[in-house]
Design a protein around this ligand. Structure first.
Ligand SMILES: C[S@@+](CC[C@H](N)C(=O)[O-])C[C@H]1O[C@@H](n2cnc3c(N)ncnc32)[C@H](O)[C@@H]1O
Ligand SMILES: Nc1nc2[nH]cc(C(=O)O)c2c(=O)[nH]1
Ligand code: SF4
Ligand SMILES: [Mg+2]
Length: 236
């Protein structure tokens, strides 16, 4: 049986971002990413320097850990990373959904997988200029096509500055039917350094003020709730 490369499995905690904010969730964070965002808050699941901490697990072992953490009570499982779309979650999603669990996935939209169609929620998070990455839109559109059949597809964009904001506005014009979430970027991602709550709230306020002043009423604007509660602590 092929194995899944897993950086960490944690929870239950609350989903801190986007459409499912506040929802009790177990996170499965995969190891490995095809991107290197300058501000990535999960480098321990991206940079191969940390790969000695990643585990090759069977689907059954991942499922056993999800049921242990959730005490067998169905909740939402969020597949994140790294880029979970590098790997094959067909069997895990089928196993969990048969027991009443729901599955969400967070991905940047660079790699499409058939199992996207099995998801309850697909969160596509195309990366703005501040990330240093650039979006392959045909690949992004392939993710949307692959996800036809998923119960819910949403877009979530991180905004650090004016350039990101202008980019997000233009990029999302092409997808008027996709529910859109904006979240301010967190500039401090080192787990050993405390976040600055005033700076985070200033960034949120700037984004809210700007969006309202522009009369851009498509997005919902949310902080990273888990960062407000726990800073950059891992495993929450
Ligand atoms: C760590 S990524 C993993 C999933 C996938 N690679 C992606 O980027 O969508 C999960 C979410 O965290 C967001 N994120 C990463 N670093 C962040 C930061 N410094 N501030 C705000 N959001 C961040 C990403 O944009 C993405 O929406
Ligand atoms: N509580 C909590 N919410 C989250 N939403 C997205 C996360 C992620 O890193 O994918 C995340 C995370 O790591 N923790
Ligand atoms: S795509 Fe996601 S996991 Fe990969 S480097 Fe960017 S924020 Fe981090
Ligand atoms: Mg995160």
């Amino acid at each position: 049986m092929s194995r899944l490369r897993i950086a960490e499995i944690f929870g239950p905690t609350i989903q801190g971002e986007g459409a499912l904010i506040g929802e009790p969730t177990v996170f499965v964070r995969t190891g490995g990413c095809d991107y290197r965002c300058s501000w990535c808050d999960s480098l321990h699941a991206v940079d191969p320097a940390h790969r000695h901490l990643w585990q090759a697990m069977t689907t059954d072992a991942v499922w056993a850990e999800i049921t242990r953490l959730s005490r067998g009570r169905p909740l939402t499982v969020s597949l994140s990373g790294g880029n979970p779309a590098i790997q094959d979650f067909t069997a895990l999603i089928a196993l969990g959904q048969a027991q009443g669990y729901r599955f969400a996935c967070e991905t940047q939209g660079s790699i499409a997988k058939p199992w996207f169609a099995q998801l309850d929620t697909l969160v596509l998070s195309p990366k703005p200029p501040s990330s240093g990455e650039s979006v392959d839109w045909p690949a992004f559109d392939a993710c949307l096509s692959a996800a036809k059949g998923a119960a819910q597809i949403v877009m979530k964009i991180v905004i650090f500055d004016e350039t990101d904001y202008a980019w997000a506005r233009a990029a999302t014009d092409r997808y008027p039917a996709l529910p859109l979430y904006l979240q301010p970027g967190n500039p401090e991602v080192d787990p050993a350094t405390p976040v600055n709550p005033q700076d985070l709230s200033d960034r949120l306020l700037w984004l809210v003020d700007k969006t309202m002043a522009d009369g851009w009423f498509a997005p919902r604007i949310l902080p990273q709730l888990h960062v407000l509660l726990w800073g950059n602590k891992r495993g929450v």
